[in-house]
Design a protein around this ligand. Sequence first.
Ligand code: UDX
Length: 423
Amino acid sequence: MTGNKPALGVFGAGWVGLVTAACFADLGHGVVVRDVVPAKIEELNTGRVPFHEPGLAELIDGNRERLTFTLSVDELKADASIFFSCVDTPPTPSGEANLSAVLSVVHDLGSPEDTILVMKSTVPVGTGARIRDQLSERVGYVSNPEFLSEGRALEDFMRPDRIVIGSFDERHGDRVAALYEGFDAPVVRTSVPSAEMIKLAANGFLATRISFINEIANVSEAVGADVDEVVEGMGLDKRIGTSYLRPGVGYGGSCFPKDVSFLKLLAGNSGYHFQLLSAVMEVNDLQKRRVINKLKEHLGDLRGKTVALLGLAFKPDTDDMRDAPSIVLASRLQAEGAEVRAWDRLVRGHPELNGVVIEPTILDAIRDADAAVILTEWPELEGLASAESRQAMRTPLIIDGRNLLDPQAVRAVGFVYEGIGRA
Ligand code: UDX
């Protein structure tokens, strides 16, 4: 205990685990984080955070006296009474959740008296019931999904829209709810399966909005409407709003692609064909490839052409390349015979970007290029359409995969410009 705050244990020093640990430490809890990868623990103990998340390194640094990073399960279990599972559940080749890390957590935790295992890892509905059957009666089980988005995870943790707590036994749910006392957010108390479903349904729905607006953008292009105007007009309807209606090259990242697939397969395995999600996934795949068609319309055959990809991460403020649209695009362009160069503020390389030359500046990336394709809305790219860039490029063509630039201003400098769904 630190003061009257229960000590916490966190399994997994990944992105969710470290954000959870740092935030609870900042709230005054003693937190021990355990990971199985020695290099990660060493790095954390020398004061470095193994990935980019704004503010996280500083928050960990400011709470060092309440944070311990260890490889040892015994050290993790020494004082803590509430344990968070924050290990990852990557997709298997069939698109289902690989639960082996979660099951190792259950095994490593064992059965310490009067403790609770809190599931933050995203798991298929029914996992909690399966784990409860494996746990001793001395360990309670609570589902407390995270809704953190990369690049703003600390803000999302400290000021959430809601806190979801699913429990089999209300007393266990009460103990976890108490950790969030003082948060200005509604606490939604549910059964464990409902909490598990809330996480998958929320991400499935947000992904559906993105695929929906991408299709509206594609049709708008064909019929002469402008998707920005359409979103403004739709979004003022209070029932709709404008969030998650930004058209682009499709969603990526560690959650949406995986969670949509989990939900679809979960439904399928339970005998229900979730038709809508099949379309959401297909639209998202095709959206990445539409950029290739736009390039061909302007440049003809792409063999021997040079294309600069501006932004590689799946969104700004992260160096995460999981399911980034840039990976699919780079490999499609290379298959068409194009030379691919790139710039990103944080990403310096990735095994799946074989043969892509990553340049240190935007200007280096677009020099002598036949097209510049914006894939991540990094603020640096807002100044792309300058006279200097125009002169540097062999063909002044900008394909704006995030609708970041003002079309009129870009064309005024002499560029040929195409966004997504813009008139
Ligand atoms: C998401 C959820 O927001 C979060 O609640 C959940 O816990 C994990 O998944 P994250 O993956 O960090 O978080 O990113 P998010 O900002 O939601 O964006 C996901 C993808 O959708 C990005 O590739 C983004 O570019 C794309 N997107 C988002 C759009 O194409 N259009 C939009 O309108 C919004």
